[in-house]
Design a protein around this ligand. Structure first.
Ligand SMILES: NC(=O)c1ccc[n+]([C@@H]2O[C@H](COP(=O)([O-])OP(=O)(O)OC[C@H]3O[C@@H](n4cnc5c(N)ncnc54)[C@H](OP(=O)(O)O)[C@@H]3O)[C@@H](O)[C@H]2O)c1
Length: 318
């Protein structure tokens, strides 16, 4: 019989991509709140969908009881920095309380594996409540690993190109409506990769969970200065751009591995590829010799930026 996987936030950009990758080999259940988006996810992926609100413990329990997954991928989140700054209670309800509910219900119901999706914004120094809320999730996951039968691993990465509400879809709308992109952060540098790469990392964490549970898995990502992406965008896709005031909570750079973390981080090889593994429970015997910041890593080349821009998904897939 096929193993059952519940993806919280399954109607989202990452959730649907994971569903498409897993549906042939697993029974996949997608859980999220908005019925219309759940129906769209069903139509797109053919997977089962379940109304689920992670900030409500009973809702999480009901879905786990009904669908009996062996594995949970926890991708549900309130993920917008500016919305979270304006609505901190909602951010904490979904990202902190919601993650607590998912972990608690997984322990109670004897779930085998939990893969929790985190973000580079969880790395210190935290610039916003979204980052703090995801750092709380990572720490809860590490500390609750091994309770009951549950193995937990977190996965940390930077921006997924073309994800819901991210800069590329926003810029596309701006150019379509008034021919000009208003950028809140041309001087910012951000880590970027594709949703394919993000889902591969999540699936790799699951595949290797026996070796890495209790820890946070990340990997090398290249970064780009937003003004460089804007320049490529306007030359390839047209329009112009201008800077506007930054949004609350945004920083110039992000860390994949922040200043207090190298001592707890090891470079490991998984599937022949280099990854970062953060284990807050003990100091690494082979610590990193410094942070991993979007200011310092290799930059995406013009060709790589062009490839990211070209990887535009269908509207229905976002
Ligand atoms: N996109 C990125 O650049 C990026 C980078 C790093 C990490 N991440 C992380 O990756 C994960 C997925 O991101 P994404 O880009 O796929 O986001 P997304 O497209 O906005 O999807 C978020 C999903 O979470 C669901 N959700 C939100 N609140 C919920 C709740 N209370 N209960 C149940 N479901 C809830 C949403 O559906 P409803 O609103 O209908 O419930 C939606 O299905 C998130 O954890 C995010 O923090 C994303």
């Amino acid at each position: 019989m096929k193993e059952t996987v519940l993806i919280t936030g399954g109607s989202g950009f990452l959730g649907k991509t994971l569903a498409l990758k897993l549906r042939d080999t697993h029974r996949v259940v997608l859980g999220a709140r908005n019925h219309a988006r759940n129906q769209e996810a069903l139509a797109r992926t053919g997977c089962e969908v379940a109304p689920l609100d992670v900030s409500n413990l009973e809702s999480v329990r009901d879905v786990l009881h009904q669908h009996r997954p062996q594995v949970v991928i926890h991708a549900a989140a309130s993920k917008f920095v500016d919305i979270s700054e304006r609505n901190p209670m909602e951010c904490v309800d979904v990202n902190v309380l919601g993650s607590q509910n998912v972990i608690r219900a997984c322990v109670d119901l004897g779930i085998q594996d939990l893969i929790a999706v985190s973000t580079d914004k969880a790395a210190p120094p935290h610039g916003n409540i979204y980052g703090v809320s995801k750092a709380m999730m990572e720490r809860m996951c590490g500390l609750m690993d091994g309770r009951g039968d549950l193995r937990i691993v977190s996965v940390r990465f930077g921006n997924i190109a073309w994800s819901t509400g991210s800069v590329f879809p926003i810029w596309k709308r701006m150019v379509a409506t008034h021919g000009q992109i208003e950028s809140t952060g041309p001087n910012m540098r951000r880590f970027f990769f594709t949703v394919e790469e993000a889902s591969e990392l999540v699936l790799r964490a699951w595949k290797h969970i026996a070796e890495i549970h209790g820890k946070i898995l990340s990997r090398h990502m290249k970064s780009a200065q937003i003004s460089d992406i804007l320049d490529v965008w306007t030359s390839v896709r047209g329009g112009t751009w201008k800077p506007i005031a930054p949004r609350p909570g945004d920083k110039d750079d992000e860390y994949l591995i922040g200043p207090s973390e190298p001592d707890f981080t090891s470079l490991v090889s998984l599937d022949g590829l280099p990854h970062y593994l953060i284990d807050f429970s003990k100091r690494s015997e082979t610590p990193l010799d410094g942070t991993v910041s979007s200011a310092d890593v290799d930059r995406l080349s013009t060709k790589e930026i062009e490839a990211l821009l070209a990887a535009e998904p269908e509207e229905a897939d976002r």
